[in-house]
Design a binder for this molecule. Structure first.
Ligand code: NDP
Ligand code: HEM
Length: 503
C-alpha cells in the first residue's frame, strides 16, 4: 500500500514499538511492571463493558432525515415541523425489549422504535414501540412486569409461569398480549413494522392552543411478519437477522421509510371522547379520529461504529422541544424521569456530550458544569450561575407551554374510568384479524401458555374469553382445558377468578 502507515501509539499518543511481545525478564520470565503499554491495554480492556440497557438491550440503529409533508402550524409551533418540505436530521434505533444484548432478533417481543430529531430548538426524542398499546398503565408496575419477562432468579431461565402469572393478574394487559401473540409480535425485520407513540402527547401552537395527539409511523415497506415456526428457526440460524437486514438494506441503497400519521383531538373533543386518552392500554379508533398524514422518515446512512453511535445512544421521552409536551398519562410521566436517570447510570452525567446524543443543530447553553468525563470546554470562563448580569444565556418566556387544568386529591388512585379493558382486544380479534391471523394468534398463545401451570392457563384463557368467547374457547381447546370452566371463570370478577385459580 502506498503512503506511510500510521504509527501505533498508547492512548496518550506515545509510539508503541512492539505490540506482540510483553516485556519480560528473559524469554520465559515474569512480566515487568514497567511494561506500561501492556498495563494500559489490559486496564482499558478490563473496563470495556458498560451496563447494557435494562430493557431494549439488543438493537440496531441508522441515520436519516424526517421531512414534513403537511401544514402543521395550526397544531404545533415546533420549528422542525414548521413548513412543508422541511427536513431534519435523525438517528433511529430499533430494539427488542426483554432479551440481553446478545439475544436473538426474532424473539416474540414488542420492538422499540426510537427516533432522535436533531432540531434547531434542541433534540426531540420520539421513544415508541411497534405496538399501539402497552401491558400496564401504572408505572409502579413496570419493574415487576419487566422482571417477569427476564430470567427466573433461581434457574436463570425464561419462565412461562412468571410471564403468565403476572399477565393473568393484570387484566388490562390483554389488549397488548393479543397484539404481541399475533404475528406482529415477530416482525420480519425492523423495516417491516410500524412505530407508535402509544401514549398521548400534547402539541401546542404559537397562539397557545393545545391538542392531544398520537403518532403512527406506518412502514412504507409494508407490514411483514414471521410465523412462530419461522421466528423459532431464525433465532437459531441467524440471531442477528434484523440487525443485518437494516445494515445491508441501507448499504444496498434501499433506504427504509415510514409515513408519519397523526391522530389529533382538541381538548373539547377529548372531553366527549369515549376512550380514556391517558390510558395506554387503549387506542383511538380510526373511524372516530381519522389519522392525518404529516411527514416521512427516511433512514439512509449506517453508523460507522456500533458502540459509539448505537450503544451509547440515549433516547428519553423528556427530550422535548417547544410545541411538544407530555400528557398527564401516568406511565409517560414516570418515563420522563426514568430514562435520564438510567442514562446517567449507563453513560455518566455528561452523556449529552457524546456526539450521537449532542444537540447538533442547537448548541447547549446553560449553567451546568463539571462532572465525570466533562469533555468539552465546560463553559470556559463564562458565568456559571443564574441570574447574572454578566452576559450569560437568558431564559426565553416564549418556550413556556400553555397551562392545562389539573385537579384532584393527592393519593394512590386506581384507574377510575369506565372503559372496558376487553372491548378493544375483542375488536382486534373479531374485526381486524382474518382467519389466518386468528389461527396464528391462538397457536402462538397455546405454544407459550402451554408451558405454564394449568391454573395460570385457566386464569389467562378466561381473560381471552372475556375479550371474545371464540378467542377464549379456541385457546382453551388448544390447551386441553374445559371450555365450560373457562366460561365460568370469565363470568367471575377478577378477585373471584384469582381466588378460584389460587392453586
Ligand atoms: P381499523 O380497522 O381502522 O384499524 C385497525 C388497525 O389494526 C390498523 O391500523 C392495522 O394496522 C392494525 N392491525 C392489523 N393487524 C394487527 C395486529 N395483529 N396487531 C395490531 N394491530 C393490527 O380499526 P380501529 O381503529 O377501530 O381499531 C380496531 C382495533 O385495531 C383496535 O382495537 C386495536 O386493537 C387495533 N389497532 C388500532 C389502532 C388505532 O390507532 N386505532 C392502531 C393499531 C391497531 P395497519 O394499518 O398498519 O395494517
Ligand atoms: C428503553 C423505562 C415504558 C419504549 C427503556 C429504558 C428504561 C425504560 C429504563 C432503558 C433506556 C436506556 O438505557 O437508554 C421504562 C419505564 C416505562 C417504560 C419505567 C414505564 C413506566 C415504555 C413504553 C414504551 C417504551 C410504554 C413505548 C411506547 C422504550 C424504547 C426504549 C426503552 C423504544 C429503547 C430506546 C433505545 O433504543 O435506546 N425504557 N419504559 N418504554 N423504552 Fe421504556
Amino acid at each position: 500500500m502506498a503512503g506511510k502507515k500510521k504509527t501505533l501509539t498508547t492512548s496518550f499518543g506515545s509510539p508503541v514499538g512492539n505490540d506482540l511481545n510483553s516485556m519480560t525478564a528473559g524469554p520465559r520470565g515474569p512480566v515487568l511492571m514497567q511494561d506500561v503499554h501492556l498495563i494500559e491495554k489490559l486496564a482499558h480492556f478490563d473496563r470495556e463493558r458498560i451496563p447494557e440497557r435494562v430493557v431494549h438491550a439488543k438493537g440496531a440503529g441508522a441515520y436519516g432525515y424526517f421531512e414534513v409533508t403537511a401544514d402543521l402550524t395550526p397544531y404545533t409551533k415546533a420549528a422542525f415541523l414548521s413548513e412543508k418540505g422541511k427536513r431534519t436530521e435523525v438517528f433511529a434505533r430499533f430494539s427488542t425489549v426483554g432479551g440481553e444484548k446478545g439475544s436473538a432478533d426474532a424473539e416474540r417481543d414488542p420492538r422499540g422504535f426510537a427516533v432522535k430529531f436533531y432540531t434547531e430548538e434542541g433534540n426531540y426524542d420520539f421513544v415508541g414501540n411497534n405496538t399501539p398499546v402497552f401491558f400496564i398503565r401504572d408505572p409502579l408496575k413496570f419493574p415487576d412486569f419487566i422482571h417477569t419477562q427476564k430470567r427466573h432468579p433461581a434457574t436463570n431461565l425464561k419462565d412461562a409461569d412468571m410471564f403468565w402469572d403476572f399477565l393473568s393478574l393484570t387484566p388490562e394487559s390483554v389488549h397488548q398480549v393479543t397484539v404481541l401473540f399475533s404475528d406482529r409480535g415477530t416482525p420480519a425485520t425492523y423495516r417491516h413494522m410500524n412505530g407508535y407513540s402509544s401514549h398521548t402527547y400534547k402539541w401546542y401552537n404559537a397562539a397557545g392552543d393545545y391538542f392531544w395527539v398520537q403518532y403512527h409511523f406506518k412502514t412504507d415497506q409494508g407490514i411483514r411478519n414471521l410465523t412462530r415456526q419461522e421466528a423459532g428457526e431464525l433465532c437459531g440460524s441467524d440471531p442477528d437477522h434484523a440487525t443485518r437486514d437494516l445494515h445491508e438494506a441501507i448499504e444496498r441503497g434501499e433506504h427504509p421509510s415510514w409515513t408519519l400519521e397523526m391522530q389529533i383531538l382538541t381538548p373539547e373533543q377529548a372531553q366527549d371522547f369515549g376512550w380514556d386518552i391517558f390510558d395506554i392500554t387503549k387506542v383511538w379508533p380510526h373511524a372516530e379520529v381519522p389519522p392525518m398524514t404529516v411527514g416521512k422518515l427516511v433512514l439512509n446512512r449506517n453508523p460507522e461504529n456500533y458502540f459509539a453511535e448505537v450503544e451509547q445512544a440515549a433516547f428519553c421521552p423528556s427530550m422535548l422541544v417547544p410545541g411538544i409536551a407530555p400528557s398527564p398519562d401516568k406511565m409517560l410521566q414516570a418515563r420522563l424521569l426514568s430514562y435520564r436517570d438510567t442514562h446517567i447510570h449507563r453513560l455518566g452525567p455528561n452523556y449529552h456530550l457524546i456526539p450521537v446524543n449532542a444537540p447538533k443543530n442547537a448548541p447547549a447553553a446553560n449553567y451546568q458544569r463539571d462532572g465525570a468525563m466533562r469533555t468539552d470546554a465546560n463553559g470556559g470562563g463564562a458565568p456559571n450561575y443564574w441570574p447574572n448580569s454578566m452576559g450569560g444565556p437568558v431564559p426565553d418566556g416564549v418556550s413556556d407551554e400553555p397551562h392545562i387544568p389539573l385537579e384532584g386529591m393527592g393519593g394512590r388512585h386506581e384507574f377510575n374510568h369506565d372503559n372496558d379493558d376487553f372491548v378493544q382486544p375483542g375488536n382486534l380479534f373479531r374485526t381486524v384479524m382474518n382467519d389466518r391471523d386468528r389461527e396464528h394468534l391462538v397457536g402462538n398463545i397455546v405454544a407459550h401458555l402451554g408451558g405454564a401451570q394449568k391454573r395460570l392457563q385457566r386464569r389467562q384463557a378466561a381473560l381471552f374469553y372475556k375479550a371474545d368467547p371464540d378467542y377464549g374457547a379456541r385457546v382453551a381447546e388448544g390447551l386441553g382445558l374445559e371450555v365450560d370452566e373457562i366460561r365460568a371463570l370469565a363470568d367471575m370478577t377478577q378477585e373471584e377468578r384469582v381466588q378460584a385459580t389460587a392453586d
